[in-house]
Design a protein around this ligand. Sequence first.
Ligand code: ATP
Ligand code: MG
Length: 219
Amino acid sequence: MTAKIIAVVNQKGGSGKTTISMQLAGSLARRENKILVVDADPQGTATRWAASAEDETPFPASVVGLSAANAKVHREVKKFIDDYDCIIIDCPPAADSPVPQSALLIADLALVPLIPSPLDMWAAVGIRQVIVNVSIINESLQARLVMNQCQPNTTLAQESLEVLPEFGIELTKSYLGHRQVYRQSAVFGQTVHNFGSKASAAIEEIESLTDEVLGILHV
Ligand SMILES: Nc1ncnc2c1ncn2[C@@H]1O[C@H](COP(=O)(O)OP(=O)(O)OP(=O)(O)O)[C@@H](O)[C@H]1O
Ligand SMILES: [Mg+2]
C-alpha cells in the first residue's frame, strides 16, 4: 500500500487543524483503514490528545511526533508511506515556518480549516500563498477549505460564505458546527463517535467530511 497524504494547514492558531486531523483520522480508522497522524506541531496537541485515552479504549489511529524534523518532515513521513493507508499531518499554526511547506511537498490534499470570520479569512491568505507556491513543485496537490465552528444560520457565516468563492481554494460541502463534543473528544482522547446519540450531529459532520475527502482522493 502507498499512503495517501493529507496536510492540515493554516497559519491561524485555533482554526481547528488538530480537531480535524484527529476526527478524520479516527473516522478513517473506524472504516478499517490503517491511519497515522503525524504531529508536526511542537505544541504536541495531537500527541496529547491520543495520550489522554484510557487503556481500554485507545485512540483508533497511531500518532507519531515529528515536529523536530522541521523542514525535513516530508523525508521523515516518506519512511511510513508503505505501512499506512493514509497519513494525516497536523501542522503548526504558521505560514512562514518550514513545516507546512515541507508537509505540502508530499501531500495529495491540503485541508485548510477556517472559522468563518473576517479575521480568520484574512489570516488564511498567507497559507493560500504557500499552497500556490508548493503546487509549482507538487503539481498534483489538491486543496480544500473546511469551515469549522460554522453556524450556518448566522449573518456572519453567510457573509463569509459569499466571499469565499473569491478566495481561490474550493470549499468542501461538509463543515463542522460549533459543538462541545468536539472539545470533549480531545479531553477523553477519543473522537465524536465515542459519545453516542448525543453526538449524532457531530458524527454526521465527520462522516460526511470523511466521505468527501475519500472522494477527492479517489479512494
Ligand atoms: N467545531 C468545534 N466546536 C467547538 N470547539 C472546537 C471546534 N473546533 C475546535 N474547537 C476547539 O477550539 C480550540 C482550537 O482547536 P484546535 O486545537 O483543533 O485548533 P488548531 O488549529 O489545531 O490550533 P493550533 O493552531 O494552536 O494548533 C480547541 O479548544 C478545540 O477543542
Ligand atoms: Mg493544533
